[in-house]
Design a protein around this ligand. Structure first.
Ligand SMILES: [Zn+2]
Ligand SMILES: [Zn+2]
Length: 384
């Protein structure tokens, strides 16, 4: 799961334009900021005037607050913020939103989020503000370093994951590849696909860096919520549409960008054109891309599955596997890899068609690797 902090703005502001994270200068805001910088993979600021903004966005001081804003205006504010969250964090199943700050900011927002399937957490008990400040002091994180946003890359993923040393994460990635090689390979969804588990895509031309000749895993996927949902999840990739599968959206966007970096269906900017934006409909021009994506999947991709019945375990393995693969120094995308045309920086940087868990998540530990071995052999065992 990727954890995103949402911190509401405060009244006290610096006197000149600056990055939003530095604009709000009250001790309360600073404590919240320090907390989410350590607890979350990334964070955003909820501003009465600017809705949801990145901490690095430069803005001038302003006056607007939620206090005194009519309820109807608050509701429309919440709806706008919800739209921003949907656009930016498109897989509700894979996101935890961690909320900090004023209740007036979240009262109308949370119902939108939970009904869309986001997990919302509010770690601070509902206390008066003085007590909240004390809570942050008591729970202040140690000096745990997060990678700076500006230099997120496979390089930072590796150094951030240095809890497991580099040689180790490489050998864990080698082990994952080796274990999965024993599983049957699919080029379409058939009756042998287990009903619950994780899937692993391989792509023609992409080799792992461990033995130089066997394929590299290029995407790990899950069906986080629905029981028995693995075959259907895979079907939405093969024959669904870009709005039902983030994978298809990534693939189609990369195809369009490779053919024309200024393709009109990708304008105004990467991730914001109607092809790459969730729930926007394709136009006549990009509609055929759906067909191209299906063909690409059939011709260039293969997949394997590991049966994992327990949902919690499956979710943890999804996260740990993506983190392990992303941190490997030896598995690099080939120079011609299609994903280099993806709009999503996590895809481009990690060499995986995955946007979540590539950075800041915990790779598999040795105990989990042994468990994976068990899961693989159960998957391989003849069904009775
Ligand atoms: Zn279009
Ligand atoms: Zn590797």
């Amino acid at each position: 799961m990727r954890r995103i902090g949402l911190v509401s703005c405060v009244k006290k502001k610096a006197s000149a334009p600056c990055q939003a994270r530095d604009l709000y200068i009250s001790p309360y805001f600073r404590k919240m900021r320090r907390f989410v910088e350590a607890s979350c993979d990334d964070w955003r600021i909820l501003s009465a005037l600017h809705h949801m903004i990145r901490p690095t966005q430069v803005i001038p001081p302003y006056e607007k607050t939620m206090k005194g804003m009519p309820r109807s205006e608050r509701r429309s504010w919440a709806r706008t913020v919800y739209g921003q969250i949907r656009d930016e964090f498109q897989e509700p199943d894979a996101i935890i939103l961690e909320i900090h700050g004023g209740r007036e900011y979240i009262r109308d927002l949370v119902p939108f989020l939970t009904s869309a399937g986001y997990r919302v957490e509010s770690p601070v008990p509902p206390l008066p503000i003085g007590k909240r400040m004390q809570w942050y002091d008591r729970n202040a994180p140690g000096e745990r370093q997060r990678p700076p946003r500006s230099s997120r890359s496979k390089e930072t993923a590796r150094s951030f994951n240095s809890v497991t040393n580099l040689a180790e994460s490489g050998s864990r990635c080698a082990k994952v590849h080796e274990l999965l090689e024993t599983l049957p390979e699919f080029d379409s969804v058939d009756a042998r696909v287990p009903s619950d588990g994780l899937y692993f895509f391989y792509e023609k031309g992409e080799l792992n860096g461990h033995d130089g000749s066997s394929p590299r895993i290029v995407r790990v996927g899950n069906h986080p919520r629905r029981l028995g949902g693995l075959p259907n999840r895979l079907r939405t990739h093969y024959s669904g549409s870009k709005n039902s599968s983030v994978f298809r959206k990534f693939l189609g966007g990369a195809l369009l960008r490779r053919s024309d970096p200024n393709h009109p269906c990708l304008e105004p900017s990467p991730g914001q054109g109607h092809w790459e934006k969730q729930d926007e409909r394709p136009c006549q021009r990009c509609k055929p891309t759906e067909q191209s994506v299906s063909e690409l999947l059939r011709e260039t991709f293969r997949f394997r599955c590991v049966e994992i019945a327990d949902r919690e375990e499956r979710n943890r393995f999804e996260e740990g596997l993506v983190a392990t693969l992303a941190a490997c120094q030896k598995c690099m995308p080939s120079p011609k890899w299609l994903g280099k045309n993806a709009y999503n920086e996590h895809v481009r940087d990690s060499g995986l068609w995955n946007a979540n868990y590539v950075l800041g998540s915990t790779p598999l530990n040795p105990r989990e690797l042994s468990r994976l071995e068990e899961l693989v052999s159960t998957t391989n065992a003849p069904r009775s």
